[in-house]
Design a protein around this ligand. Structure first.
Ligand SMILES: [Zn+2]
Length: 190
């Protein structure tokens, strides 16, 4: 598996690209500038799914264009993500003049400790880490931990946006720090 990322134009959020060894299949962790993500992939690569670290505009705004290019692409979020993906206030897209209301059969709801098969023997384990947002999830893939905005080393967790919760964020942060021991932390912003 190859892991790389791009820095998106909106708020320098990151989109990670996880590609299979044979290059035929890829997964994303969050999706911003779809065009630039696709530039990194070969034309025959199929994006199988997106793991959403949380449903904030700067981490999801590429979903419509990605789904247009890959109609079968699955989108993984938690229960709260179902409503946030279609609510332009909770996902904050309305404040960016780019309202996103995303739903449908491709959205897959996951919960704490679920495992998602990415490639043959590569799995992502889900950890629910609310506080920054009710949809905040961390994903462990091998010795990497994708933390979104729930843990950006050296940066205080933002809890002042709609759906933020300071107490939950503190609890989640403690959990993440234990989880992250011995792992490479890959956060949601540059
Ligand atoms: Zn965020």
């Amino acid at each position: 598996m190859k892991v790389e990322y791009i820095v998106n134009q909106v708020f320098t959020s990151r989109s990670y690209i996880l590609s299979s060894d044979d290059g035929k299949s890829a997964w994303l962790v969050d999706v911003g500038d779809t065009d630039r993500i696709l530039e990194r992939l070969s034309p025959e690569t199929r994006v199988a799914g997106v793991l959403l670290t949380h449903v904030h505009y700067d981490h999801i705004y590429g979903l419509p264009s990605l789904s247009f290019r890959f109609p079968d692409c699955k989108v993984f979020t938690n229960e709260a993500g179902l409503s946030c993906l279609i609510d332009t206030r909770l996902n904050m897209s309305r404040y960016h003049d780019d309202p996103i209301a995303y739903g449908g059969d491709n959205v897959v709801v996951v919960k704490d400790r679920d495992r998602i098969r990415l490639f043959d023997d590569v799995f992502a384990t889900v950890y629910e880490t609310p506080g920054h947002h009710p949809t905040s999830l961390c994903f462990r893939v091998g010795d990497r931990l994708f933390t979104g905005d729930a843990y950006i080393p050296g940066v205080k967790v933002v809890t002042t946006l709609p759906g933020g919760d300071k107490i939950l964020a503190k609890e989640s942060l403690e959990r993440i720090k234990v989880l992250a021991e011995g792992l490479a932390v890959l956060p949601g912003h540059d």
